[in-house]
Every structure is written in C-alpha cells, then in structure tokens.
Design a protein around this ligand. Structure first.
Ligand code: PEP
Ligand code: MG
Length: 849
C-alpha cells in the first residue's frame, strides 16, 4: 500500500471523501469512525487508504442515488481488496456489520493466490461469497452454513449455492459488488427495526450513517499474518496493563469472537505471543498506542492487522470500560498532563459513581432476571429470602445473609433492614419508606416490583415468569438496575481508592453549590464525613427511634393519655436524643448539622401486626383490645396529609420542647471537647406562618431555660422545611421568622401533583412510558411545576429576609438534572442520602465547568 496516495486522492467527487489530514471529514457529517481515522492519518500512522462517504451520500444511496463507483474504486490501488464499515455519529447507535474482502472474484483469486498462497486466497474469497450472499443478497444463511467442504471445493460449493439461490452467478465485477454492498448497508440503516433500536439508545430520528471504504490489510497469507486489538489499560480495572487479543491468520474482529484462541500479546511462559512472532510489529503497536493516547487525549483501543510482519492500523476506538476504570483512566490522563482536571471531571458520568460506592453484579455475569422494579438504592447483594424483620434478625444472628422481602416496609421493619443485605418490596416508589431507608443505609433496594407476586403468608415469591421462590431460596437484588435475579451471580467490590478521592477533590474545587448529606444515624454521618459532605442538611429525628427498644417508647409517647403520661415517655426519650445529637455533632465537628423536628406520618409509627400490638399492650399495661381501639381511633384516611410534622408539634408541644432541649444540651456537651456547634433546627410541613411563630416562641423559651440552668450561652439557627405549596406562596412572611428555608421536595412534589409518594410506583413506569410524565417526578425534579414553586419560594423568601439561607433536602438533591435546577435558582446547597453525596458533588462540578 502506498501511503503517499493518501495525499493524492484519485477522485474529487464531494460525495466521497478520501481521508487525508485535511479532508473535510467531521463526526456530524461523516460519523465518528471516519473522523477518528482522519486523526490517525494525521498522526501519520500506517492506516490503509480510506474513503469516507457522508451521511448525505449514504442517505442518497438508500434512495437509489449511487455515487460514481468507478471513480471511487480509482482512489484505491488497482486490484485492491476492500472493506466497508459503518460510521455513525455515536458508535453506540449500532449500524450494519462490516463487509470484508469486497472485490474478490475468480480472476483476482488467481492473482492473490500467487502472492499469499492458494489456501489463504481461497479462504478469503469463500468468506466474501458467504458474507455477500447473506448480508447483501439476503439469501438463506442456512444454505451456506450447511456447506461442509473446505478449500477449493468449499468455494465451488459456495458459488454454486449462490447461483442456485440467487438464480444468477455470483457478481464478478468489483464495481457491482461494491455498489451492492453500499446499497445494502445504507438500506439496513433505514430499516424500521434498526431505527427503533438506535432511538432507544438516544439517537435522534434523523440520525445519519456514514460509511468508510478501506483498502484491506488481509490478515491471512504468508509470514506472520493476523489481526487483533490492543490497549494500554485493562478496561475492567482501568489500571495500566497491555491487554487485548491477537489471532494469527485472521481478519476483522475474529480475534474477539467468543472461543477464538487468541495469542498472548506479550511474552508469556504459557504459550507463544505476538511479541515473539512479530517483535517489530508488536513494538510498533505499542509506540502507536502511546502516541494515540497522548494525541487523541484518551485511552484508545487500537485495531490492527499484520500482513507478513508488516503492521497496519485499521481503527482506534476510545476504551469504554467499567465505571471504576473510567475514574482511574480520567485521573491518570489528567495526572500525565494529557487532559485538564476539568476535562477529567467531565469524562466521568456522575451516576456511574454510585456504582463505585457499592458492590455490583459483575457486568460480565449471566443474569437470570426474575423480576423488575424501581432501582431505589444502588448496589447488589445476594441472600436467602426472608419475609419478616424477625426472620431477618434471626438470619443475621446465624451469620446468614438474607434479603428482606416485604409488601412494603414500615418502621418495624427497620431492624430487619439493618439485619438484611438487601430489600425487595412489592409496592412503593423512589421516596417510599423502604427506598429512603435503603439509600440511607447504603442497602441495595428494589421497590415496586409489582409484577412479581408476593404471597407473604404462604411464604412464596412468584417470579414474573411464574417460577416460585420460597423462604430460604437464594436471590440477588440489583438495586442499580432495579432487577431481581435468581441465585448468586458473581459480583465486583466497591472501589474507594486514591483515584476516586483525587477526582472528588478536583470536583470540590470546581463546584459552586454546596452538598450536604441527609443523615439520621452516626453511621450515616460517618459516611457523609468520609465523602466530604459539607455537613448534614437533614437529620430526620423520627428515624432515630427505629432502633430496637426505642420504638416502643416512642409509641408510648404518642399513645399517652394526657400530658402526665406523655412526660414520662419523654423523660425516657430525652437522654436518648441528647446522646444521639451529641454523637452527630462529634462526628460532624466543624460542619453544620440541620435537625428536623419530629415528622412521623403516624401510620408509619403505629404497630401493623398482632405481635407489635401485643408488645405495645404489654408495655402500656393495657389489654390488646384497648390498644387496638386506640390505634383505630388514630387511623387516618390520608396519613401523609394528616397529623404530621408541625401539626403534631403544635398539638402536642411537649415533643418539640423535648427535642429542642436535647439539641441544646447536646450543643453544650459537644462544645466541651470540640469546635463550637451552631445547631440548625428545622420545622417540617409548615403551611402557615403562624405555626412558625408558635413553635419559635416555645423553642426560644427552651433555649432560655437551658441557658439559665447551665449558665452557658449558645447560638442556634431556626429554619422552615418548605414542603407545602402554601409555604412557597407565603415564603415572604414565613422567612421573616427564621434564618433558613429548606425545600422538602418529596412532599412538595407529592402535594403539587396530588400524587401519593407511596403509591405512585404502581403506575409510574406506565405513565413515563406513555409520555404523560417525562420522568418520575419523585426522581427528577419537575422543573416546570415544582421548580416554579421553588422559584417563587426563593424570590419571596429573600424578599422577606435578605440574608436567608436556601437549600433543598428532598431526594432530588442527589440527582444531576435536579441539581441543575437548584443552581439556576440560586440555592446555597443541596442535601441527599450519604451515598449519593459524591454523585451530587461531581454533577455540581460538571455544571459549574
Ligand atoms: C421531603 O419531604 O422532601 C423530605 C425530605 O422529607 P421526608 O422525605 O422525610 O418527608
Ligand atoms: Mg417531607
């Protein structure tokens, strides 16, 4: 092949563009492969002659407008064997398979046999006849697969079969062959199935296909011949390592085919290597690969062919590895000065980070999916099925990993969730109890798997395909993909190595919005601290009572007959809360901690089963019938809109009094051995400024009392959690009473849509599929509706109180698209589950770059 010819194209037709260093080849007009090949040509790599056909040209071909094929053929060496490969804008969008060995015919076979031997030449021609018959002439593939004969007899049989099936001889004219190949590939792209497939991967409706026609390095023949791929990193780990595959006497992607016995690349005691067979070509590949990495500013997979010891580079494709590889690759490229830190940050998909923070199902593993639901909390875990929290605890006591399977979870299940390795529920959505707690604990969780049948009483879980799983059977919950798998597929560990920390430190330097964590327990707080969260943005105090022993006291408090009884329960709760807060302040030393006063939807706190009712009856010293009667009397038709949040705080004020006292006493306690603490106290579910005034007066009084008792002073901030549309509308007045507002977008979304956050999972996927909602609004903040309420809240809040701090602490805080909205409306920080903190930090950095 004559490289000089690259500079001297044989045709001028604008439809077909020989790839030269200066040819007008661009991804949006000719596709990514054509553009990449041009870059390789510019690097002066040994790329065989290549011609690019633009999207427009290929579209014309599909509709019968063929460019001048003879002129096209003239841009290659006379008698060259060609291949045609697809070049779409994004390789992920697929496209027709490559067709190799175009141009072979009876006459050229004889000529080729003289240079590379009869056997290799015959094999190439036979392969072309097969590929042409099936992919281009669309003949029955079985006819060709059934041919047993090899060598000359095999070729004769293939040609005869072609003639028989096509009712005409195999075309001998290379111009006819090439134009038919181009036509079939152009048409394949226009087919309905291909279009639907690529649109599912995000391709626009009018996505184009380019084609590249390349002179072939044959890979078969005399001397060392073959083909393969090589990269300088391990795509699975992202660590520097020469990896790839090479197969002697092969072409195309044969070396990559399953079961292909590829050779070692480097010298290896276990067998022959490419380095030994073709040392010069091998070292040349390494040099080119390093050059491509430096100049194309990415880890590249080099596709090469060796022809009698001589090397040709056919293509370069950016290495797409695992998420962990993406982080390591980006950080090392920046470390080597090849890309900037900002570029490194842009190269990692924020969502992919959450994969690193949890163990995952090995991407290579075979998956036996038995059900699907909402991917509520990422990570994968395998365990035996248990159907109750008690069984989960028993299982944990035996050191047996278990998956807690429930219709939905309630606070009584939290102990079981702590004991389980994963959770699966029939009902629920992104913000249901199981989802919120699961994310907080970093526990893989799939909710709303309603297509599986949950027969809890019978102890059976029926898969979507009808298979029955019983208590004790092993399943795997893949909370990243929202799938339930049978058995125990292999998994890969979480990765929090130096590359990860480096990337996060770079993100910190770029972003212009704070990221705090929603943390309720010391373990959550520690996770938040490890991930360099800017503080705690939401501590849901009711979650602090979901631990064994505490729930009953909390129920006693709620059930108390009058203030006297209640005081008793509160006396027990005070030291527990004080200890909780002291520990949180200790872990978060130097960082702000925002504590939300009690906000339990009562149905989440009351016992739901007989055993729970009996426990409560025992501790209250009342008959079961009386306890059941009281539970019934407290029942609400719509508990999420009932006696929740500040409504409970106003009607049973002793609860908030106790919490405020616990916070202030812990403030003094923690200050003794750490930096000064300024707690932030947040009032939930406010709908009128009067509620704020009322609570504030009482909290100020508690603060005054604690100051007087202890003879010590302290500061605190008071804020409102804006969760009702009315609080947004009245934000000006609300803000006058407080130092901060934090938007609770879970409830705000629920109330703006009039859509129950616990029931939405039942129809959400259908609604999204039908295009009624663009996304699940509990997952991605609804910028138009809920976002408008935020804008109103921000503007009016600032009007009422110019120095007001503003933030968001709903689950949306960990979602990149929602963070974008938060930045645009000028929030100071977002707060999300601890394990989503890195995702939010990276997303925020990318938005700022
Ligand atoms: C919210 O409503 O957005 C919120 C964070 O509170 P919770 O999820 O506890 O109701
Ligand atoms: Mg809320």
């Amino acid at each position: 092949m004559d490289d000089a010819a690259l500079q001297n194209p044989g045709i001028e037709d604008r439809d077909v563009t020989p790839i030269t260093p200066t040819a007008p080849v661009q991804s949006p007009t000719h596709g990514g492969r054509a553009k990449c090949l041009q870059r390789l040509v510019r690097l002066d790599l040994p790329v065989p002659r290549t011609v690019a056909l633009s999207f427009e040209t290929v579209r014309g071909i599909a509709h019968g407008k063929m460019p001048d094929i003879h002129a096209l053929l003239e841009s290659f060496n006379p008698g060259a064997v060609l291949c045609v490969r697809p070049s779409s804008e994004d390789p992920d969008w697929g496209g027709p398979g490559a067709i190799l060995n175009v141009g072979l015919n009876d006459e050229r076979l004889a000529r080729l046999a003289r240079s590379i031997g009869a056997e290799a030449a015959t094999q190439l021609y036979t392969r072309f006849v097969h590929a042409y018959a099936v992919e281009v002439a669309r003949l029955d593939p079985d006819v060709f697969a059934d041919i047993d004969a090899e060598g000359a007899a095999g070729l004769a049989a293939a040609l005869a079969a072609y003639e028989e099936e096509a009712e005409e001889p195999f075309p001998q004219d290379p111009a006819v062959q090439l134009s038919e190949v181009l036509r079939s590939m152009a048409r394949a792209w226009e087919g309905t199935t291909a279009r639907l497939l690529r649109q599912a991967k995000g391709a626009p409706a009018d996505a184009g296909l380019g084609l590249v026609v390349q002179e072939m390095a044959l890979g078969l023949g005399v001397g060392e011949c073959g083909s393969g791929v090589l990269q300088l990193v391990n795509p699975a780990t992202g660590l520097p390592q020469i990896t790839g595959r090479y197969l002697s006497q092969s072409q195309g992607r044969e070396a990559l085919e399953k079961g292909a016995a590829s050779l070692y690349l480097e010298r290896d005691p276990r067998g022959p290597s490419l380095e030994e067979l073709a040392p010069e070509a091998f070292s040349e590949i390494l040099t080119h690969a390093a050059r491509m990495r430096r100049r194309l500013r990415a880890e590249m997979q080099v596709e090469f062919t060796i022809e009698n010891g001589r090397l040709f580079i056919l293509d370069g494709v950016m290495v797409t590895g695992s998420s962990r590889a993406a982080v390591r690759i980006a950080v090392r490229l920046a470390g080597d000065g090849i890309i900037t830190r900002q570029e490194a940050l842009m190269r990692v998909e924020p969502r992919a980070l959450s994969e690193l923070l949890h163990r995952q199902v090995d991407p290579e593993a075979l998956r036996d999916t038995i059900g699907r639901g909402v991917a509520a909390s990422p990570g994968a875990a395998t365990g035996r099925i248990v159907f109750t929290a008690a069984e989960a605890q028993a299982s944990a006591a035996r050191d047996e990993p278990c998956v807690l399977v429930r219709r939905e979870t309630s606070p009584e299940d939290v102990r079981g969730m702590h004991a389980a390795v994963a959770v699966l529920t029939e009902r629920g959505g992104m913000t249901s109890h199981a989802a919120v707690i699961g994310r907080g604990l970093g526990l893989p969780c799939v909710v709303g798997a309603g297509r599986m049948a949950f027969h809890l009483r019978r102890g059976e879980l029926r898969a979507e395909d009808g298979r029955v799983f019983r208590a004790g059977d092993t399943i795997t919950v893949d909370g990243t993909q929202g799938a339930v798998l049978a058995g125990a597929p292999p998994t890969v560990e979480a990765m929090l190595d130096d590359s990860f920390r480096t990337l996060m430190a770079w993100a910190d330097a770029e972003r212009d919005i704070g990221v705090r964590a929603n943390a309720d327990t010391p373990a959550d707080a520690q996770t938040a601290r490890n991930f360099m969260a800017g503080g705690i943005g939401l501590c849901r105090t009711e979650h602090m009572f979901f631990e064994p022993g505490r729930l009953t006291v909390m129920r006693e408090m709620i059930f108390a007959d009058g203030p006297e009884d209640r005081r008793d329960a509160l006396r027990q709760l005070l030291p527990m809360q004080r200890a909780d807060f002291t520990e949180l302040f200790g872990i978060m030393t130097g960082l702000p901690v925002c504590i939300r006063l009690f906000d339990p939807p009562l149905h989440e706190v009351l016992p739901v089963d007989r055993a729970g009712v009996r426990d409560l009856a025992e501790s209250l010293g009342l008959p079961i019938s009386e306890v059941s009667r009281r539970i019934e009397s407290m029942g609400e038709y719509n508990p999420m809109l009932g006696m929740r949040g500040v409504r409970l705080g106003v009607t049973v004020p002793e609860i908030y009094d106790m919490q405020a006292r616990a916070i202030f006493e812990a403030t003094l306690e923690a200050r003794r051995d750490g930096a000064p603490v300024v707690p932030e106290i947040m009032i939930p579910l406010v709908s009128t400024p009067r509620e704020v005034e009322h609570v504030r007066t009482r909290i100020d009084a508690v603060a005054a009392a604690v100051r007087a008792e202890r003879g010590r002073d302290f500061d605190y901030k008071l804020g409102v959690m804006v969760e009702t549309p009315r609080a947004c509308l009245l934000a000006e007045e609300v803000a006058r009473h407080v130092q901060f507002l934090s938007f609770g977008t879970n409830d705000l979304t629920q109330m703006t849509y009039g859509l129950s956050r616990d029931d939405a999972g039942r129809f959400m996927s259908e609604y999204v599929a039908l295009g009624m909602f663009e996304e699940d609004p509990f997952h991605v903040l609804d910028a138009e509706g809920v976002g408008e309420l935020l804008r109103i809240g921000v503007e009016r809040g600032r009007r009422g109180h110019p120095g007001l701090s503003l933030s968001l602490c709903g689950e949306h805080g960990g979602n990149p698209a929602s963070i974008d909205v938060c930045r645009a409306i000028g929030l100071d920080y977002v707060s999300c589950s601890p394990f989503r903190v890195p995702v939010a930090q990276l997303a925020a950095a990318q938005l700022a770059i």
